[in-house]
Structures are given as structure tokens and as C-alpha cells.
Write a protein that binds this ligand. Structure first.
Ligand code: ASP
Length: 438
């Protein structure tokens, strides 16, 4: 039996017209039992998300500014949705309560969470579904981390009482009863949590794009959509900057083996992208799944004769980074050289201190830090079986006249990472795309 959990993002629920599309989607398939909703997003480019407006209200109160007018704009966003949907639903009491709570310093997260709360109340009413407040089923621990097991038990028990329900995304509750939110975009995580608790057969994540594209459309014109991507490939791609889904949304469903289908509310017939644990179907023509790029990186290069024989060398270098709270991105190394790729923004403010500390710790023959590096990740589960992929990537990049500064193939043969000058990233990406896709 099919059981689907569907999550709609802010742009899918930005106004009454979007609510109608959402209802059509939900009602088209009776196996869509549980709906997770975001707060109203932008209606057009110049619009402001309700979540951002709520954060602003919170700040205004802190600065002793009057929120009356600004809060009425938020109220009007919800009231216009209710009016245009023709609903008989009075939320003035809720709005008044929220306004007072914000005025009485109920907390930044509480303020932000009300965007999802109100939108979900309205959506539940419109769909004729039950409403389950996330506050009673999503739990955080004292230290602020998400309590997955406690949540799963409570969520499963609550869902069992409702065949059809709407649950607000983005927030849960702390042990002391105060509201806490996930990081921005966190409704994706709630959707994943609900899918796990419902033992869903599919988690549909409805947004405003028809899934992932093979490359950044600002760089490669009309890239093909990705039909199927594995969780591991997605981690590689999103780490490198391809964002459609909140990173942390992957874990609850991945562990439970539930696929995620990214769909477009404005193009409901498009199949979107399926995110799965293992893709059995291997198409020999699609060696690569996607290409992503990341700028703003620096490389620290350390050289020392006989480095390879010096036990603990790497550890000492990494210890210095740890002491300075810097995480490294890559570690391509040679026999007597070690390079550490890190983000320039983490190195910049403490550059001298870090280099001096490495000098003291490992006494290298030479040590340098260079900025302006970009990484290009060519990701694909098909690489394991295809011979010569690395050669094709390198040839394509060199033929485009781009110098390769570094190359690193993960031992899982899931990705090839190529380091190039920042200014060359676009050209390298276009070249690799044409080589593999045409
Ligand atoms: N409304 C929240 C945000 O804007 C959470 C979400 O939409 O997922 O970040």
C-alpha cells in the first residue's frame, strides 16, 4: 500500500493561487496522507518571506520599535489567503496572541515558527485535514540538538490517530517547553521526520523547480534534469553547492530507505528527481549524474623532504587547523607534499597565526597559502563501471584552455574533484558538461 508524505515549500504556499495548486496535488492522490507546510514564501522577486518578516518583528521589539503596522502586513498575508480561498476561518485571535507573545519577548525562534504554524492551520482547514502541531511531536534536547528517537516515537503514535493531517514544518519544542526551529529551510527536515515516522513509501518534496539539474543553469545553458540520484551522490553535489533540499533532510529517510521525490508545484506533471539509496538501473550512457562547483577556496601547500617517513606529520598539521577551528575540504597529497584545501573565509582572518603554527609544528622546507581556487566536482555512480572517466574530464578541461591545479578522485569512485583557478570554473564546467552530455 502506498503511503506518501508531501512537503510544500514557501513558494508553493505563497498565496491563495498557490494553495489551490497544492490542494489539487494533494487531492489527486489519496495516498498523500500527511502534508508538511512551510510559511508563505515570496510571491515575486521583490517580495519578502513571512519568516523574514517575523524575524524582523522580533528585532523591532528588541529595538523598542512599534510593530503595529509591520505586523498587520503579516496578518494581511494570511487574511488575503483565507479571503481568496473563500474560507470561513477567523484567525484574528491567533494573530493577536502571536503579536502579544512577540511583544512580550517570547523568543526569536517562537516568532519565526509562527509562519509555518499559521500557514498549516489554514491549509488543514482548506484541505479538510486534521492539524497536528509540531510542538507536540518534534523534540529537541537540552543542548539544542534534535532528538530523533523521542520524536519518532511521539510522531508515529500521533500520526496513527489521524488518517490525513497537516503538520507545520521548521520547528519543535525544547525540554522546557519553548519553541525551537531548525536552521533555515528546515521544513524539509520536518517532512523527512514525518516520512520516517509514517513509514512512508515516498517523501514528496514539492518546490518551485522540477528537481535537480545536471549543472548550474547560470553556467551551462539548459542543463538536463537529473531523473535519479543516490543519497551519496546528492551529498557530494549539495556539499559543492547544488541546493534544493536542506542537507539534514536526507538522514531520517535515508536510514529508513524511503526515497525522496523532488517535484514542482507549478509543473505537477514533470517527474522531478528521485533520490534513492541505490540506483540499480545503470545506464551506460550516463556516466555522470551531475556537476557542481565551489569558489572561495585556499590551498595551503606544505613541502618537506622525507615527509612520507615522518610519522604523525599529517596529524600535526590537522591539529593546527583544529586548534584554529578550521575544517578542511580536501587533502590532496604527494610523497613529500601535503596540500590542504580550506575555505578562504575561514583562513583569512587568522592566516598568519595558522601558518606560523604549522611552521612551528612540522618545520616544513616550504610553506605557502594561495587563494583563488575553485573546485569542480564531477559526480556519478556510473563512473565505477566506465573506464577512462578521469581522462575524459581532464582532456575536456585542458582542451578548454583551463589549467588544472589539482585532481582528486574519491576512492569510492563516485566523484572526481578538479581544482582550477576561480576565473576558470565556468569554462571548466561547460567543457565537462559538453564532453559527457553533449
Ligand atoms: N520558513 C522557513 C525558512 O524560510 C523554513 C522553511 O521554509 O523550510 O527558512
Amino acid at each position: 500500500m502506498q503511503m506518501k508524505v508531501v512537503k510544500f515549500g514557501g513558494s508553493s504556499l505563497a498565496n491563495a493561487e498557490q494553495f489551490k495548486k497544492v490542494a489539487e496535488i494533494v487531492k489527486a492522490d489519496p495516498s498523500r496522507h500527511y502534508v508538511v507546510a512551510s510559511a508563505p514564501g515570496k510571491r515575486d522577486r521583490s517580495d519578502t518571506k513571512v519568516t523574514d518578516m517575523l524575524y524582523r518583528c522580533y528585532e523591532m521589539v528588541r529595538e523598542h520599535e512599534d510593530i503595529t503596522d509591520y505586523f498587520s502586513q503579516i496578518a494581511e498575508r494570511y487574511n488575503s489567503i483565507i479571503r481568496e480561498l473563500g474560507l470561513r476561518f477567523d484567525i484574528s485571535g491567533e494573530l493577536e496572541y502571536i503579536r502579544n507573545a512577540i511583544l512580550h519577548h517570547s523568543g526569536r525562534d517562537f516568532a519565526a515558527s509562527r509562519g509555518e504554524y499559521l500557514n498549516s492551520l489554514i491549509l488543514a482547514k482548506y484541505l479538510g485535514f486534521d492539524f497536528i502541531d509540531a510542538e507536540s511531536v518534534v523534540f529537541f534536547r537540552e543542548n539544542g540538538s534534535f532528538d530523533e528517537e523521542k520524536t519518532n516515537v511521539a510522531m508515529s503514535a500521533e500520526l496513527a490517530l489521524h488518517s490525513y493531517a497537516v503538520i507545520p514544518g521548521f520547528y519543535g519544542v525544547m525540554p522546557n517547553g519553548t519553541i525551537k526551529t531548525f536552521s533555515r529551510g528546515g521544513s524539509d527536515i520536518t517532512g523527512s521526520i514525518v516520512a520516517r515516522a509514517a513509514e512512508a513509501t515516498l517523501y514528496e518534496n514539492w518546490t518551485d523547480v522540477s528537481g535537480f539539474l545536471m549543472a548550474d543553469p547560470r553556467i551551462v545553458s539548459n542543463p538536463l534534469p537529473i531523473r535519479t540520484v543516490t543519497y551519496r551522490e546528492l551529498r557530494e553535489l549539495s556539499y559543492m553547492g547544488a541546493t534544493v533540499l536542506h542537507e539534514d533532510a536526507i538522514f531520517p529517510v535515508r536510514n529508513a530507505g524511503i526515497p525522496i521525490n523532488i517535484r514542482n508545484t507549478n509543473e505537477p506533471d514533470a517527474p522531478g528527481t528521485m533520490i534513492v539509496s541505490t540506483a540499480n538501473s545503470y545506464d551506460p550512457n550516463t556516466v555522470i549524474t551531475g556537476i557542481a562547483g565551489k569558489k572561495g577556496l585556499s590551498v595551503i601547500t606544505i613541502e618537506k623532504d622525507l615527509m612520507n617517513a615522518e610519522i604523525g606529520f599529517g596529524r600535526r598539521v590537522l591539529e593546527v587547523l583544529e586548534e584554529h577551528d578550521i575544517s578542511f575540504e580536501h587533502l590532496p597529497s604527494g610523497v613529500d607534499t601535503m596540500s590542504v584545501v580550506i575555505s578562504t573565509s575561514s583562513l583569512d582572518p587568522i592566516r598568519e597565526r595558522v601558518l606560523n603554527a604549522i611552521n612551528r609544528s612540522v618545520r616544513p622546507d616550504s610553506l605557502s597559502a594561495e587563494d583563488g581556487l575553485a573546485l569542480l566536482a564531477v559526480v556519478g555512480r556510473g563512473m565505477v563501471k566506465a573506464k577512462g572517466t578521469a581522462a575524459r574530464v581532464c582532456n575536456a578541461i585542458s582542451s578548454a584552455g583551463v589549467n588544472i591545479r589539482m585532481i582528486d578522485q574519491g576512492s569510492s569512485e563516485l566523484n572526481i574533484i578538479v581544482g582550477v583557478e576561480e576565473a576558470d570554473l565556468e569554462r571548466a564546467m561547460q567543457a565537462v558538461y559538453s564532453e559527457f552530455v553533449g
